[in-house]
Design a protein around this ligand. Structure first.
Ligand code: ZN
Length: 489
């Protein structure tokens, strides 16, 4: 693809637009193995910032990191019936090692509940050993048939939190707490607002008692399941014999939770914020927040402008902002390339703020700042550039989440809706529909069959409508709870 070719627009073909942005912003590339991908430095830089932030949040809530092996004995995965049914069609199996057939095949982890709870069982004797609050950063493999860069790949990077508790209520509190951590991260750092709630039985994690989810709306009005947190009950502890002596001297099985987010979040970031010129990155996650593009005609001007730019950089770096660490700045020193071509490239890569500086600006002791999100141009004095740039970055961060929230609410439908109107909506523009739900698996399955939409969640109280529908969207029986319907990735 020629680099000067215009991006496909979102309106023309959202899916093609997405792939082009991921490739041309150099976030990722296709690998020689079908369905797996290479994460390039621009994409990995975003992931590293996500990872660092989340890791701090996990530790602040009392969790420690550990690492468990990639290979899991097949018999482990067979133990929990629902779990194996949920994952077995996606297994990658190792049958040979060192040139010999193995006695027992090994599964490349699709998720690590089985091996982790096997180990917990070894480490837990009494209630004093609880709770265990652990997290691991790892790669997992799920043999998906239809793959998309970042959204669904054979191998992906993620974190999986795993905990063990003495009571159901403690496990429940933990599962809810980590859902809250995810939500804070998605809204505060990714500028991606989410609706939180509980999954129905059919969408629940294989082997869980209850699954909670963060659902974000992408710009094509489809939902992205961005992170989930599960109360696993005692399902795994019973099959892995994860028992403990209770305070009163009896014996009980531990209560587990697990929770995870993955590199899928990068796909969510692209589809939440990208525009027809490429990526827009929220400043808090941008590996580069400010790019300086020097403007000059002669060698002499070049020397003067670059010297001034270096001075600005050292001012910016010294600027102690209240936020996280020093400003991340890059100066584009490439010679023989027109400023316009540089702008185009940095816009594609989604750098939040561009600084243009030329000889005339220097004479006036000023520079021009251009916001990537709104394209607004601001002329700023060089005496206060650091302070102003830091403030503008904060404003960009705040505005991006507001824009995304407004878009979501404008494409959410609440209140009464007939099933015919619902079908037409899902056939057309899509969006989130808050509808009445009788709670029956049949209604849910029928609607899914007829419209391809699924229940994203039974929303938490703060997302529920002031006047929720009283009847089921499908059968008209009394509604048990409101349900958020959407087509999803
Ligand atoms: Zn119904």
């Amino acid at each position: 693809m020629a680099d000067d070719k215009k991006l496909t627009t979102r309106a023309a073909d959202f899916s093609a637009w997405y792939n082009e942005v991921v490739l041309r912003a150099e976030l990722a590339d296709y690998s020689p193995v079908r369905g797996s991908m290479v994460i390039r430095p621009n994409g990995y830089g975003i992931w590293e910032r996500m990872q660092r932030t989340l890791d701090d949040m996990f530790k602040e809530t009392g969790h420690q990191n550990a690492y468990f092996p990639l290979l899991i004995p097949e018999s482990f995965l067979q133990k929990e019936k629902e779990h194996v049914e949920g994952f077995s069609h996606e297994f990658a199996v190792v049958t040979h090692g060192g040139g010999k057939k193995l006695d027992e095949p090994l599964i490349i982890r699709p998720t690590s509940e089985t091996i982790i709870y096997h180990m917990f069982a070894k480490w837990v004797q009494s209630y004093r050993d609880l709770p265990i609050l652990m997290n691991q950063w790892a790669n997992v493999v799920r043999w998906e048939m239809r793959t998309r860069l970042f959204l669904r790949t054979l191998e992906f990077l993620w974190q999986e939190g795993h905990t063990a508790h003495a009571t159901h209520d403690e496990a429940e509190e933990e599962a809810r707490k980590m859902l809250g951590v995810y939500r804070d991260f998605m809204e505060g750092w990714m500028a991606m607002p989410v609706v939180t709630g509980q999954k129905t039985n059919s969408e629940r994690f294989a082997g869980a008692l209850r699954t909670y989810t963060c659902e974000a709306m992408m710009q094509d009005n489809k939902a992205l399941q961005a992170g989930t947190s599960h109360n696993l009950g005692q399902n795994f502890s019973k099959v892995f014999d994860l028992k403990f002596q209770t305070e009163s001297g009896g014996e009980d099985y531990a209560w587990n939770t697990s929770w995870g987010v993955s590199t899928r979040l990068i796909g969510g970031l692209v589809m939440t914020h990208g525009d027809d010129s490429g990526l827009r990155t929220p400043p808090l996650l941008a590996p580069i927040e400010i790019v300086i593009v020097p403007i000059y005609r002669s060698d002499e001007e070049r020397a003067t402008v670059l010297e001034a730019a270096d001075k600005i950089i050292s001012d910016l770096r010294e600027w102690e902002r209240r936020g996280p660490g020093a400003l991340r700045i890059h100066i584009d020193r490439r010679d023989g390339m027109k400023p316009g071509a540089k702008y185009y490239e940095w816009e594609m890569r989604g750098i939040p703020l561009r600084m243009e500086i030329g000889p005339r600006d220097l004479q006036n002791n000023q520079c021009v700042l251009v916001r990537r999100d709104t394209r607004e141009k601001l002329t700023v004095s060089l005496d206060s550039v650091a302070e102003e740039a830091a403030e503008i970055l904060q404003r960009i961060q705040d505005d991006m989440v507001e824009v995304a929230r407004d878009r979501r609410e404008n494409n959410s439908k609440r209140g009464k809706i007939s099933y015919d109107d619902f079908k037409a909506l899902m056939d057309g523009p899509g969006g989130f529909v808050y509808a009445g739900f009788c709670g029956s698996d049949e209604c849910e399955a029928q609607i899914k069959e007829e419209t391809k939409a699924t229940i994203r969640c039974l929303p938490d109280e703060e997302f529920q409508s002031a006047e929720a529908p009283t009847k089921c969207l499908k059968c008209g029986k009394p509604s048990q709870s409101e349900a958020v319907w959407a087509k999803a990735y």
